[in-house]
Write a protein that binds this ligand. Sequence first.
Ligand code: PLP
Length: 458
Amino acid sequence: TISSTPSTRPAALLEDLDRRHVLHPHERGHRSQRRVMVRGQGSTVWDASGREFLDALGGGIWVAQVGHGRQELADAAARQISELAHFTSFFEYGTDKSALLAERLTTLAPAGMDRVFFTCSGSEAVDTALKLARLHHHHRGEPDRNWIIARHYGYHGTTYGSGTATGIPNMQVAVGPNLPHVEKVMPPYPYRPEMYGGQGTTEFLLNELSETIERLGAGNIAAMIGEPVLGGGGVIAPPADYWPRVRELLRSHGILLIADEVITGYGRIGSWFDSAPRGMDADIITTAKGLTSGYVPMGAVLMREEIAASVAGGERDFFHGHTYSGHPVAAAVALANLDIIEKESLLARSLAISEWFRTGLAGAAELPSVGDVRVEGAMAGIELVADKATREPVTDTLALAVADELYETHGVITRNYGPTLVLSPPLVFERAEAERTTSAITEVLGRLDVASGRIAPR
Ligand code: PLP
């Protein structure tokens, strides 16, 4: 018989149950090992065998802004469950917590973002944003504006809409027709200037975007979507003039700009939202993850009032929504989470983490296997190369082996996105934790021999 308290079950049994019965998101078919986590506190998590790990990837997936095990959030959820666990936000219904949260978000968001639509995830937020853009134009008399411009290397989720907008081709294979009318352009990738045929990066990208708009016809395009800084694409920030010039070009053609801030929102890069400082001046902002620090699932789409007014104004009804949109428990947790981010000055902490990463990774940057170190607020991408001179990337398999070695020998949780090793810890990360992470990375990469594709034993 199995005890009902997971932490007392033998780890091997849990791993076996997981292996046999759970289909994992992005499951890797060739991997049989399982990592079953049972407890967290601050930036530390424990697996079912009791082994301790340092979570340098925020719940393993760019979340956990306020760290694990916060009693305030547990209390907020418990209070709300006993008051009113759920009531719909459909039609004219709503709850006190969702109204309070919507108001709070509009005060934190860039000026003009006056309305909020709640979802349960980032993918749903992106799908909602794509629909809002098309609906907005349709109701304003431009029903042909259906095209969405997205970017290679962008990650927007895995539903059919958000998955089609995602610039990682594997996700669109063998699932039948994807969302029609989605076109991809290149993003900036300053470490790989050869992508831009000898032109300046922004120059090339603006030309490409202009040509794309001309080819599709400006009157057929609803919106462009992009992350202020590419996250899953490898933590890649654009040159300073990129977003302002893209914004200007789109606006001159009446095309909306959707900033996908699912990763960058809520303090990841030192401000509540990163799109405004990058000059995006977005019409719609999609968020999730840090909104609740992942304690309960919730996403939020922020938009200009005129967009809300055109999709649900006057006599017009809006046909879109989820059973759990504006869930009061999620909203209560989000409000308590935002309180912690404010009270503990975690926006400033994210910039401190940035400095600790920059300093701590300076030695690693010199290693033959490290092509580029990119630190943006409390996230970092370390792009690994097989040849530093030619910048040939390492295989994904080798980058995964590096992440595995960090996990096994140092108990540090990171992840590879293609050839890039990524960090995105809780914003409560302490200096010693940042140093432990960066010295573990430097140590492991010091043992990596790219010529043989091997990591020497410690
Ligand atoms: N948008 C961005 C920028 C993301 O990084 C992600 C997930 O990592 C998503 C959207 C999708 O969010 P979710 O996994 O909550 O559906």
